[in-house]
Ligand binder design. Structure first.
Ligand code: GN1
Ligand code: MG
Length: 353
């Protein structure tokens, strides 16, 4: 609190409380209470985001785009940047760290697991709505805030580099991860090859649409906001759909993939995105659903081998366990491949003549 107070004061005169918020693995996030309201204060992790100013530029571009959409009902309220006392969009402290403040969207909650199926439909709808709202924003107007993010072949090469330098003794769980990667590493190229071939096109993506980045209104239970916009940048919507599904369909007790949640989520998604999803987009949907948990497992495992430099951990083995969880989820997806593909075909036939 003591070290944070002068930073919070850059954004508000009276500060009555500061407490940690959420459980992000990259940035540091706090809820600041003032005499009259609350806001979110965040230190952007400058070791990971090479140009924090670009995140702020993108947020401004995005908010402006949503403000200028005549005839379109915008059902998501994105957090707005608060200015510092000197009218800046961020504050840079003595260490060179970037701090920004965002308005806190009141009367909302975020969830760690899907508590009932209608929540999954909501998440799909909200992601589809977000993609639809930005479908006419040229992705090249946005900065690439995190080069290499979701580029699976890049994560794989890094893994191979780290592996040759690692002194970690392969214990049981670690061997499972290494063997899983060796067996399925061919998956890493699926989406990037399709992108290079022009089959999948670059669009504006959220980058991190996991369940706890959606805010549900506590009364209506409808999603009213999508937060954590640091990785809004040019990319494939497939990364987003895969990421949303891997987080919503993950049954934590067993690391299995819940197909009913997947069906509800995709149905919600296509009610908004069906209009712009192309035949090729459908063709690569299963590949994305399978790839994103593989990719996240690969990222966690590589970080474990490197000594946990990227994702925050509470213990030295946490990234190893996270990795194993993602690989088990991926296995569960693979065992349900035909059912997932049948679901995709069913949805495709409703939208593509
Ligand atoms: C990171 O910090 P957080 O939790 O919002 C990561 C995501 C991962 C997620 C896994 C920029 O997001 O890609 O899916 O952890 N964000 C970045 O929990 O790497
Ligand atoms: Mg995030």
């Amino acid at each position: 609190m003591n070290t944070l107070l002068p930073i919070a004061h850059q954004f508000a005169k009276t500060v009555t409380g500061i407490s940690p918020l959420g459980n992000g693995l990259i940035n540091d996030t706090f809820l600041v209470v003032t005499g009259s309201s609350r806001f979110v204060l965040q230190r952007i992790n400058g070791k990971i985001f090479p140009a924090p100013g670009h995140i702020i530029d993108n947020l401004i571009t995005l908010n402006r785009h949503l403000e200028q959409k005549p005839g379109t009902e915008v059902k998501l309220k994105l957090p707005e940047l608060l200015k510092t006392a000197t009218n800046q969009d961020f504050y840079q402290d003595g260490q060179g760290d970037y701090w920004r403040a965002l308005d806190f969207i009141e009367n909302t909650e975020s969830l760690e697991t899907v508590t009932d199926i209608s929540r999954a439909g909501q998440a799909g709808f909200a992601l589809g709505h977000f993609h639809r709202l930005v479908s006419d924003l040229d992705p090249l107007r946005l900065h690439d805030t995190l080069p290499g993010f979701h580029i699976a072949p890049g994560y794989l090469s890094r893994y191979h580099r780290v592996l040759t330098q690692s002194s970690v003794q392969p214990e049981r769980e670690s061997r499972y991860c290494a063997e899983f990667i060796a067996k399925f590493q061919h998956l890493a190229d699926d989406l990037e090859t399709a992108k290079r071939q022009g089959l999948l096109k670059l669009r504006v993506i959220h980058g991190d649409p996991k369940l706890n980045n959606f805010l549900f209104d506590i009364v209506s239970k409808k999603i009213v906001s999508i937060i954590d916009l640091d990785t809004v940048k040019p990319g494939l919507v497939h990364y987003d759909i895969g990421d949303c599904l891997r987080s919503c369909c993950h049954i934590p007790e067993s690391n299995e993939f819940d197909l009913d949640i997947c069906a509800a989520l995709l149905t919600g998604y296509f009610s908004e995105a069906g209009a712009f999803f192309s035949g090729h987009d459908y063709d690569y949907l299963y590949a994305a659903i399978q790839l994103i948990p593989f990719e996240l497992g690969l990222r966690f495992y590589t970080d474990y081998l490197e000594g946990n430099r990227y994702f925050k951990v509470t213990g030295p083995e946490q990234n190893l366990q996270r990795a194993a969880g993602q690989f088990q989820l991926c296995e569960s997806i693979m065992t349900q491949e035909s059912a997932i593909k049948a679901l995709i075909d069913r949805l495709k036939s409703q939208w593509i003549a």
